[in-house]
Design a protein around this ligand. Sequence first.
Ligand code: GLA
Length: 733
Amino acid sequence: MAIVYSAEHRVFKLDTASTSYLLQVGPENYLLHLYYGAKVSDADLGYLSYTVYHSSHYPRVRMETPPEPFFSKGVHRMEYSCNGCGDFRGSALSILRSTGTADTDIQYVSHKIYAGKPEIEGQPATYAGETEATTLEILCRDSVSGAEVTLFYTVFENYGAMTRHVVVRNASAEPMDIQRVMSACVDFHDANDMDFIHLYGNWGRERAFERTPLIHGIQGAVSKRGCSSHMQNPFIALCSRNATEETGDVYGFNFVYTGNFSATAEMDSDGGARVLVGINPEGFLWHLDPGERFVAPEVVMVYSGEGLGGMSRTFHRLYRNNLCRGPWKNRKRPILINNWEATYFKFDEEKLYDIAKTASELGIEMLVMDDGWFGSRDTARSGLGDWFVNENKLKGGLGKLVERVNALGMKFGIWFEPEMVSEDSDLFRAHPDWALQTPNRRMSIARYQYVLDMSRADVRDYLFDCIKKVMDNANIAYIKWDFNRSLSEVGSALLAPNRQQEVFHRYVLGLYELLERILTAYPDLLLEGCASGGGRFDPAWLYYAPQFWTSDDTDAIERLDIQYGTSLCYPASAMGAHVSACPNHQVKRTTPLQTRGAVAMAGTFGYELDLTKLTDAEKDVVRQQCADYHQYYDVIHNGDLYRLISPWKDRTRCAWMFVSADKSEALVTYAVMRSEVYQRYYVRLAGLDPNRRYRNEQTGQILSGDTLMNAGICIPEVLRDFDSRVFHLTAID
Ligand code: GLA
């Protein structure tokens, strides 16, 4: 059994194939954290609750039975920390009682262990069959306030991954308000030699990799934008200072939520550290009447003893197999051509058809019609919300265009930004109260648009009907679901004052509900998420949309940084990546078409340029890229990623490779960011079978896996700026 409870020691031991996590029912039934890391054999790790008592300043819990052992919530490693009762580190839980005080204190009551994993109703989460995972539920109670707190832990036995979430129930006769409820709390005994990793960024520069020593005090990533955001991703990791790509301890935390989050690590003066991950408490207060429950979203926790690469590969496998759902989980994604950078708002049905026709001749499989096809949408200033076809642009209607594109043998996809409304739109004129707003305060406008109140059922019904009309009138295979501004003046016209602080979270729940409804009505639909590029690239979205537009920055060299950071926890099969025109529209750089293809191929591949303007020679390159995509699809989308040279470290070059699960095949990509006179010629590979020999299909050279991984491959020429090489290795024995 992957989870065992030792009644003798009152210890829970949660194991995967490679990790262990232990906690204990300690003095007075307080839950103590004992251990998280590489797999260990012993179940009686109670000695790990030992901690030195230095000062009388720590409040001590009065013990009922002498002789009194030392126990202090301010010193011990707590399993799920509470506010205001002697633990002065960050709290996982704080509940405002009807007394007006926020003292919170939970103790163990009972537990259940069972095969499989429960769903989190109405929220995205990883899923598992009965043989894949085991779950522990621990019921705790605050005997004073009457709050009941259930801590959920699921271990994925084959992955080195576990998930957690929390349910709070008001089991008292009085109302209460949750001020904060983190989904995971992990206390590390010794964090003195650890680093902190997070993915920061901005528009066009998402998920920049940053690794710093863990310092005393609080470090973290937060969002209060109403979305997971470009600026910080809901991912943090702690790792040993000496951890590399393939060695050392790494603990990754990823929040399955697309709204405000907080993921922090707090290091004490005694060298311990507490990680807290959950909904950002700022802008959150959840009212619970007697009997009501609140379900906090899921956190995925991955421990790897094989460095950052090991952590990433675990996240990738888990997300590909146990988070992404539906037919597109395993179905090959179509190569798409998106018209955004080709035309922006200036297109009509003939222009789109011409692009599609050329695309079909080159091997591209789907046309995506981006922003501008509806309402009075000729610029970004108007039209959002008016989701009816603009027949001045698409003469003869959408159905006709889709039929013509289908007749070319291509699928058709369409862009929506459902959560938004332009100030200049019929929808806003008819329903100004449908936008998020607060009493008597001017609404902030961004990109000429407001945000619809997704907590409202009538708003969601309207959006569902609009999308349904489009879906039912044409053969739509794909929707790109965009979201181009953050939430401000967050209030809902329908909620009472004591519920207004719930709107941020209710918005997210409303969004989930709408997405679920659409996917239920159109189960074959392929959804691609987008948020001004990658502003909502998070695991919650991957539950609905197996691919997400990674960034509006389509420059191949910028994408090396962006895709490297994104790959820390998200698989290639999730990363929308397109070949675009040169000079690049965002950074004006000119890169070889071959490099643009090689970089985009490390994601869900597509094009975003006017194909009709390509020369014949360029068309031949595109044709070859499409063929390569089919040839390498399996190793990229289902294989294991090994990052070989980090663009964040080297700044002159970058390399990575995918290896098939059976290690019979690998694809190595090497790109030069800045050419140097003394180039380094050798790249050591990883992940191969040391005992097999591989043929390099580009050079013909045959070498064993151990040679390739220790001596490396040779790049036998000086490559110019932005040049790249791709090598396909196949095992010959
Ligand atoms: C966002 C998206 C782009 C494009 C535009 C359209 O910026 O990220 O890909 O769809 O909106 O307005």
